[in-house]
Design a protein around this ligand. Structure first.
Ligand code: PGA
Length: 250
């Protein structure tokens, strides 16, 4: 089965009600690219207004708690973001792993919680610069997949995102060979864990992906789309990425 490309934005702790105007143009570009899936994760406070403004666009959360409810001050559950209009959530983003010291086990629990509530999941993995320099990138990514992929993971509701931490927000990207190699390793690991259904699972690349490098990266084998931070904040930067995916999907 051919894997449809998914272009997912991640606004991180950026945006405002006024910034939601960017979504109008993004939704128009998404509608003009019927062979591409387009999604945007926004801060929790913007999920409901974003969904109300552009119901045709898949709006998501950037994180959820592993519990469905309870005494967890400041946290937001999968059922809450779902009620606000989220269709998906990012889980295990490297900024959560770094800033909040989240582990792969946390990502595993959160993925399961999101699935219980009917959200689809973008599960992130990726090595640090130090791990890459030490020649451990492959092993780190394999171990992250091993520990964070839910037992019943399926392409219907889970997408993996490979995001080398040192490429996020830095303007640096790995070489095309390195991206292709890591995606092949991720595919093999998924296959070992969930069998041939892994062939249907999308693997996104993330880290300084822009309109300038999207076509080259999206053309690589086993790169089934992108998770985009900085270049997802405005339509003028994000739409060219949607169009690059569209050009490869027709
Ligand atoms: P970036 O972020 O595109 O700004 O590098 C990617 C991400 O963190 O998902």
């Amino acid at each position: 089965m051919a894997r449809r490309k998914l272009i997912a934005g991640n606004w991180k702790m950026n945006g405002s009600l006024a910034a939601l105007a960017e979504l109008d143009t993004i939704a128009t570009a998404a509608a003009a690219a019927p062979n591409v899936d387009v999604a945007i994760a926004v801060p929790a406070t913007l999920i409901a207004p974003a969904h109300a403004r552009v119901p045709s666009l898949a709006i998501g959360a950037e994180d959820v708690h592993e519990a469905d409810s309870g005494a967890h001050t400041g946290c937001v559950s999968a059922s809450m973001v779902r009620e606000a209009g989220a269709a998906f959530t990012i889980v295990g983003h490297s900024e959560r792993r770094g800033d909040q010291h989240e582990t792969s086990h946390d990502a595993y629990m959160k993925s399961a919680a999101a699935h219980r509530q009917g959200l689809t999941v973008i599960l992130c993995v990726g090595e640090t610069q130090a791990e890459r320099d030490a020649g451990r990138a492959e092993r780190v990514v394999q171990a992250q997949i091993e520990k964070s992929l839910p037992d019943d993971a399926h392409a219907d509701w889970l997408t993996l995102a490979y995001e080398p931490r040192w490429a996020i927000g830095t303007g640096w990207t790995p070489s095309m060979e390195d991206i292709a190699a890591m995606h092949a390793i991720a595919r093999a690991k998924l296959r070992q864990m969930i069998g041939d259904t892994a062939l249907d699972m999308r693997i996104l690349y993330g880290g300084s992906l822009t309109g300038a490098n999207a076509a080259e990266i999206l053309a690589l084998e086993n790169v089934d789309g992108a998770l985009v931070g900085g270049a997802s904040l405005t339509a003028d930067k994000f739409v060219p990425i949607i169009e690059a995916a569209k050009a490869q999907s027709t």
